[in-house]
Design a protein around this ligand. Sequence first.
Ligand code: ZN
Length: 77
Amino acid sequence: MAVKRPPFAAANYLGHAVTYHCSNIKCGHYRKIPVSVLVHRYGEDLDMNDFERRLRCSKCGARDPRPIFSWLMNKEA
Ligand SMILES: [Zn+2]
């Protein structure tokens, strides 16, 4: 029986990294996080949308960062 997960569950994005770009163009801060790190820390059912809403730019404090998903290179996984 297949486990049904919410569409934005972190487990669906394993093998990817997500780069959060600050919404403040003048700031330009970004941070790349392997999804496996998020799963390890918060569990497979972490909702990526919820997580994104909780984030704040560590540089300027802006909310609502723009996530960009990318494939992880093997050495980063
Ligand atoms: Zn910022």
